[in-house]
Design a protein around this ligand. Structure first.
Ligand code: EPZ
Length: 429
């Protein structure tokens, strides 16, 4: 299993190109199941989760081709992939595939909408909480589907097709909002989703679905209205920049000090996190096609943070922010409200010398003046990268084990950091 070895102590200076968003690419790829035409996605990041979803979609009959290099293309420009689901050959998503990645459960929406039936294994994914699927079940039931659970599978059926309805989510869910938008796009009549997730990835999916012929309005607000259509066509769509990757490198620069321009992204995607970073002592300045992060001289100030659905502080940046706070000049409190078990990085950060006390959903972080390198290991994607951030300032050598978690969500991480002056290397085997 690959490991990443980091020699701490260098500041970061230079530019980092930001990739397409994993959490937009995945639902966009799944949307290809809604049409027999070709959906072309540009700026698709090269990540283990994307490759895994390609395998899962292939099982349903989705063919894909990757466009060759173009004169203008750089390693940072992302891939263009064409997805064609001419015929759906299988409406079952088996346990062996779905258990590896929670987002693959989302095929239930398009399969039900287009084929009027689906049999999908209950999901797996990162070990960050129980992550139930009740909202998907209730939402799709509201559109007229029967939903039964049998031997670890959800068996969904909508004889005669889905029918539009009003559905109020009792809790905000990104995935369930994606699924309801996809399902309702091919339902008869109008669907109104209340208390919808407002994440930029939801807006990106709605934009792509509309380019395919769907009639969706209100994405990005709590109320989304969808007029069902009888068929969707192909389209060409560019995956939006990865705001979590953007925020992760921003926190890395705030941690090490230095001056880095994050390119091919936008400060507008991360207003709350950037406000917090400013309070913590970093300069965050929007620049054309990106954002510049600077911290020179001044220390890191403690800031309290509570994770929340968008536009709040993202849970996907909580671990990285905690890494930053381990070196703050005082005490901060970090409250996780989205997932009940997303503090697995705490004991690993402690191995590097961090002082963190957990009490339920709140972590009390007492800043220390130095971290010291050690062997660490993480059990999920964002936790792993928080250890890399801490390793960048820890004295001596830090080895992050189980790098496959990082490969699920960070494209060319070592390369991007090394280009800005970090001493990071991957050790194979
Ligand atoms: C998406 O997961 C992201 N994944 C997650 O990113 C992210 O942490 C999360 O949204 C929150 O922002 C992708 O986009 C692929 P949710 P999702 O449904 O859709 C509860 C990463 O590191 N819930 O919005 O699965 C759930 O347990 C990942 O890239 C129910 O109770 O998250 C959680 O407490 C990890 N019942 C809350 O809602 C349900 O039926 C929000 O989860 C569904 C969810």
């Amino acid at each position: 299993m690959d490991r990443i070895r980091i020699k701490g102590g260098n500041t970061l200076n230079g530019t980092i190109p930001i990739s397409g968003a994993k959490n937009a690419a995945l639902p966009l790829m799944i949307a290809s199941l809604l049409t027999d035409d070709t959906l072309t996605l540009e700026n698709v990041p090269h990540l283990a989760d994307v490759e895994q979803l390609i395998r899962i979609l292939g099982n349903h009959g989705v063919d894909y081709t990757v466009s060759g290099k173009r004169l203008s293309s750089t390693p940072a420009s992302g891939r263009t992939i064409h997805f064609t689901a001419r015929t759906i050959i299988d409406t079952t998503a088996p346990y062996e595939l779905v258990s590896k990645m929670r987002a693959s459960f989302w095929v239930i929406g398009p399969l039900l909408a287009r084929m009027h039936k689906a049999k999908v294994s209950l999901p797996g994914g990162c070990a960050i909480g129980t992550r139930p699927v009740d909202l998907f079940i209730d939402g799709l039931r509201a559109l007229g589907a029967t939903m039964e659970i049998e031997a670890g599978y959800i068996i969904a059926e909508a004889k005669g097709g889905l029918v539009g309805n009003r559905y109020v989510f009792p809790k905000v869910s990104v995935g369930a909002t994606h699924v309801m938008m996809m399902a309702a796009s091919l339902a008869k009549g109008e669907t109104v989703i209340e208390n919808a997730a407002r994440e930029p990835e939801v807006v990106d999916l709605a934009t792509c679905l509309n380019a395919m012929g769907a009639k969706i309005s209100g994405a990005g607000t709590p109320t989304i209205t969808i007029q069902g259509v009888t068929a969707l066509s192909g389209a060409r769509h560019r995956v939006l920049p990865d705001r979590i990757e953007t925020g992760t490198y921003a926190m890395a620069v705030a941690m090490t000090g230095g001056d880095v321009v994050l390119e091919q992204t936008s400060a507008d995607l991360l207003t709350s996190a950037f406000n917090v970073l400013r309070e913590a002592g970093a300069e965050v300045t929007p620049v054309p096609n990106g954002v510049r992060i600077v911290r020179n001289g001044g220390g890191i100030h403690p800031v309290d943070v509570v994770t929340d659905p968008f536009p709040g502080f993202p849970t996907d940046l909580q671990a990285q922010f905690m890494a930053l706070m381990t070196m703050a000049s005082g005490v901060s409190h970090i409250t996780e409200t989205i997932f009940e078990n997303r503090f697995m990085h705490v004991q690993e950060l402690a191995r590097l010398g961090a002082k963190i006390q957990l009490s339920g959903q709140v972590a009390r972080v007492e800043g220390v003046s130095r971290l010291a390198g050690a062997q660490v290991m993480a059990t999920d994607l964002r936790a792993s990268v928080s250890l890399v951030i801490a390793g960048l300032v820890a004295e001596g050598e830090t080895t992050v084990n189980r790098v496959y978690h990082l490969d699920r969500g960070f494209e060319r991480l070592e390369e991007k950091l090394v280009a800005c002056g970090a001493e990071v290397e991957r050790i194979s085997g």
